[in-house]
Design a protein around this ligand. Structure first.
Ligand SMILES: [Zn+2]
Ligand SMILES: [Zn+2]
Length: 325
């Protein structure tokens, strides 16, 4: 037999429990002072990419419109991308661009995006975590490798300096490279070798190749086929630099930023603080860490040297992005 008193006790306990439950879950629609709701920190997502800005947050029970729960966005701009390479003037040989991005984030390569020019041959888009560069690898300087019908064709003969000089049979063509490189490059724990083909891209869209010739060829033989600005095309028309791009160092200075390798780390010219950099100054990957004009806080960077291996040594210092053609 269940006594009446027992039933009343059970009902009372249930009643208290239900009241308590209603009180405890009373967050929705309640005031800010309600201490019973579970508050969380929300980060502003101005560019709507799902990543929030660590510097702009608020605390609330429910997710406010335009806010997300993570603070992963290092560049929460109003738009999701910053386009560079289509600058104010858009002219060939342009040496200035007012649209440089400023950034306080560490190792942010976005600050270099504005240095790229030769808008006819490339575009640069800065995304939250990557920089995307499209390139036709057609130089803005004259070359004996342009078709004679091209306005940038210029005959060239270097036999006076180099008795072994010879023009290869190839002609510059419009390539269709797309580089996706890290915007915030970091050292790779497992360093990977560079491969044959484009390992980076320079300011004027021309791609960088490493110190190894195409299979079956000898790089030291290939040197004799370089044009007036130290580049040459492959048999598919891909014009590239293995060594210092003298057009760019004449135009911008011998200590200038010259482009990116695929891992996102910047490549600089052969001089630093008016002193020529040699292989002895650099590590196995042909770079070192130090202050540059673009990175007053210091950055790992490659240098192009006069001597072999010129641009890169044993591989990428950082984790390489991708290039498609
Ligand atoms: Zn080559
Ligand atoms: Zn340096």
């Amino acid at each position: 037999m269940i006594s009446k008193l027992y039933l009343i006790q059970r009902i009372s306990i249930l009643f208290v429990f239900v009241i308590g439950l209603i009180f405890f879950t009373g967050c929705g629609g309640s005031t800010e002072d309600d201490v019973t709701c579970t508050e969380a920190t929300w980060y502003k997502d101005a560019d709507g990419d799902g990543s929030g800005n660590m510097l702009e947050s608020l605390v609330a029970c429910e997710q406010p419109t335009g806010y997300v729960s993570n603070s992963n966005d290092k560049n929460d701009q109003d738009s999701s991308t910053i386009e560079e390479g289509t600058d104010d003037t858009g002219d060939t040989g342009d040496t200035t661009d007012d649209n440089c991005v400023t950034s306080t984030a560490d190792n942010d390569m976005a600050v270099l995006a504005c240095k790229f020019y030769n808008d006819a041959s490339l575009t640069v888009v800065v995304n939250d975590n990557t920089i995307k560069i499209t390139s036709t690898s057609e130089p803005d300087h004259k070359s004996m490798y342009y078709a004679t019908s091209n306005s940038l064709y210029e005959a060239y003969d270097n036999t006076a300096n180099d008795p072994d000089f010879k023009k290869n049979p190839n002609t510059i063509g419009a390539m269709n490279y797309t580089f996706t490189i890290p915007r915030f490059p970091t050292s790779a724990s497992n360093k990977k070798a560079t491969g044959f083909g484009a390992m980076g891209v320079s300011l004027n869209s021309v791609v960088f190749y490493n110190q190894v010739a195409a299979p079956g060829d000898d790089i030291l033989e290939e040197l004799h086929t370089f044009d007036q600005y130290a580049g040459h095309p492959t048999n598919t028309g891909s014009y590239h630099y293995h060594i210092e791009p003298t057009w760019l160092t004449e135009l911008k200075g011998s200590d200038t930023f010259l482009g990116f390798l695929l891992d996102g780390f910047p490549v600089y010219g052969p001089y630093e603080n008016d002193v020529e950099i040699t292989n002895d100054d650099l590590d196995d990957y042909h770079g070192h860490t130090g202050v540059t004009a673009d990175f007053p806080a210091g950055i790992y960077h490659y240098h192009i040297t006069t001597d072999f291996p010129w641009i890169n040594g044993d591989g990428y210092y950082g984790t390489a992005g991708t290039v498609t053609q």
